[in-house]
Design a protein around this ligand. Structure first.
Ligand SMILES: [Zn+2]
Length: 553
């Protein structure tokens, strides 16, 4: 029996992989922090060193959606295609089918988690092969690759086409066990020290859009960001700190987008790379094509095509930069499949191998808007349904039932009404309106054309990125998330919780430290001090960066 200890030096994250007998069986032993995962990878990955890492996530992009988009484009290769290199297992700590919050947490931190949990450990690991969670580690915040890159002196950025505090971008910039707590997530993003933040969600930074009534737009502006609100402003900005707010909530699907008001994801990616690459120490950038997922939930093939193509254009930008730069690792992978989209449906059971390509593509080619974009074309009473469906979808044979469905569609749900109608005509199948549990494609490009290969865990991706950047996520977790109560008590200080816009108050003798939750600014005896990271409260306890503890002698 040959036992090869590998990866421990190369990937300084939280587990040691041991391969027994020529790569047929892989087990992981836990080192340091618990919550790591058993790696499915039986292949050793190449040693990759890169100054920069760009991770691109087409949320909810199932394989047939990618294929459909390629055929829609006439069969021409996608930018992604040359990067295809392996498979990613997407399950959560306790579920076979992942929610975006734990799936993105795995990419960002190296830990699988629980539905809704952003940047924190799960309550338990129940999926086969996962180690038991150590007592007291439930919901514990764990460092993400953005925090590690920033503390290594690199520039950092996140991009999303949804609101920027949506699950995936939040996974790379915040910690809280509830993805719907936009107040908590967006506040952390504002204080996360990132250099470029581009996406939607402007509402949630305004007093009216927040339960705590804080004016975070003002904080963003006062922190030195150039706030840009349309394509021209984005392109014209010469600032090294850039915050783009291009929509109140989510940005429009690319096919429906007003290019003057909202930049494309490729334009955002291009600009972000331009700004971040000014840093000689390098950068980390996360780019999410957020709404592939939204289209998949709605079973809307036009939305899929629109968003996969827009995402792929962003991949092309990242890849072009990496090829020219030769010091950049690019990884693209979706966090999970969605919708169970198939080319071919129940209607092609007997004819599938006789159907010309046009069976699937011709009906889709007639569409001039995604299901989402179509909503505004109907008049308020929806008396022009036949005319709109003819003009924008080329559909002239609507049934009475379909007309009734469109008429009854709720605000913001038109894609759920018309997506299945055009799918049926194009024989595009769907199995669910939810996520799916299968493997997804891994795409990668590193200096010299090197790629990551094999079947990997979503939680391994964080380790590959950390290894390439030569940062240590486990060590950063220790620096950033110290349990406040125990740490201050060890210093002989008293910790109190001031619930008003919550502040942790620590006192010892004449010294008082006030730590506002979800911020990186503290008040030390009347003087403002900036901490290495944000103060995190996870609903159970508070965690503070070590430098806050060190203020007390
Ligand atoms: Zn997702």
């Amino acid at each position: 029996m040959i036992v090869i200890f590998k990866m421990i030096k190369k990937h300084q994250w939280n587990h040691l992989q041991v391969t027994i007998t020529a790569g047929t069986l892989a087990v992981s032993l836990l080192l340091g922090l618990s919550g790591g995962t058993v790696s499915a990878a039986t292949k050793e990955q190449p040693e990759i060193r890169a100054k920069n890492v760009i991770m691109l996530i087409p949320d909810g992009m199932s394989m047939d959606g990618t294929t459909l988009t390629r055929w829609y484009n006439g069969g021409k290769a996608l930018a992604l295609d040359e990067m295809a290199s392996g498979l990613v297992r997407t399950y959560s700590a306790d579920a076979a089918i992942a929610d975006s919050a734990p799936a993105g947490t795995a990419f960002a931190t190296g830990f699988k988690s629980h539905t809704g949990y952003v940047g924190v450990l799960p309550d338990q690991n129940t999926m086969p092969g996962l180690p038991k969670l150590a007592p007291g580690d439930a919901k514990k915040p764990v460092a993400n690759i953005v925090e590690a890159a920033r503390l290594a002196g690199k520039s950092t950025g996140i991009i999303a086409t949804s609101e920027i505090m949506h699950a995936t971008p939040a996974d790379f910039s915040a910690h809280y066990p509830d993805r719907s707590n936009y107040d908590a997530l967006s506040e952390q993003q504002v204080y996360a020290g990132m250099d470029v933040v581009l996406g939607g969600g402007a509402t949630y930074f305004t007093p009216a859009g927040r339960e705590d009534g804080e004016d975070l737009t003002k904080v963003i502006a006062n922190s030195g960001y150039n706030i840009v609100k349309n394509t021209a402003e984005l392109k014209a900005s010469t600032s090294g700190k850039l915050w783009g707010m291009f929509a109140d909530k989510a940005m429009a699907n690319d096919m429906d987008r007003d290019p003057v008001k909202q930049p494309s994801i490729a334009e955002m990616t291009d600009k972000a790379i331009q700004v971040l690459s000014q840093n000689e120490e390098g950068f980390f950038l996360m780019v999410e094509g957020s709404k592939v997922d939204w289209a998949a939930h709605a079973n809307d093939p036009i939305g899929i095509i629109s968003e996969v193509n827009a995402f792929d254009d962003a991949v092309a930008k990242a890849l072009a930069f990496a090829k020219a730069d030769q010091n950049t690792l690019v990884i693209a992978a979706t966090d999970h499949g969605n919708g169970g989209i198939t080319i071919g449906d129940a209607g092609t059971t007997g004819t599938y191998d006789e159907e010309p390509l046009s069976t699937f593509i011709a009906p889709l080619k007639k569409a001039k808007a995604t299901g989402e974009g179509l909503e505004s074309k109907f008049n308020s009473k929806r008396t022009n349904i036949k005319a709109v469906m003819k003009q924008y979808y080329g559909i002239t044979d609507l049934t009475a039932e379909e007309i009734a469905t469109i008429k009854a569609a709720e605000k913001g749900k038109m894609n759920y009404a018309v997506g299945p109608m055009i799918s049926k005509r194009a024989h595009i199948g769907w199995t669910t309106g939810g996520h799916t549990g299968g493997e997804v494609a891994l795409y990668s490009y590193a200096p010299g054309g090197v790629q990551l290969t094999g079947v990997v865990e979503n939680s391994d991706i964080a380790g590959y990125m950390a290894s390439a950047l030569q940062v240590d996520l486990a060590n950063i977790s220790k620096q950033l998330f110290v349990p406040a109560k125990t740490a201050f008590a060890a210093k002989g200080a008293t910790v109190k919780w001031d619930a008003r816009n919550p502040v942790v108050v620590v006192t010892k003798g004449n010294d008082t430290l006030r730590l506002p939750v979800f911020k990186n600014t503290a008040d030390w005896n009347g003087k403002t001090v900036k901490l290495k990271g944000n103060v995190i409260h996870n609903g159970v306890q508070t965690y503070v960066p070590q430098d806050a503890v060190d203020l007390f002698s």
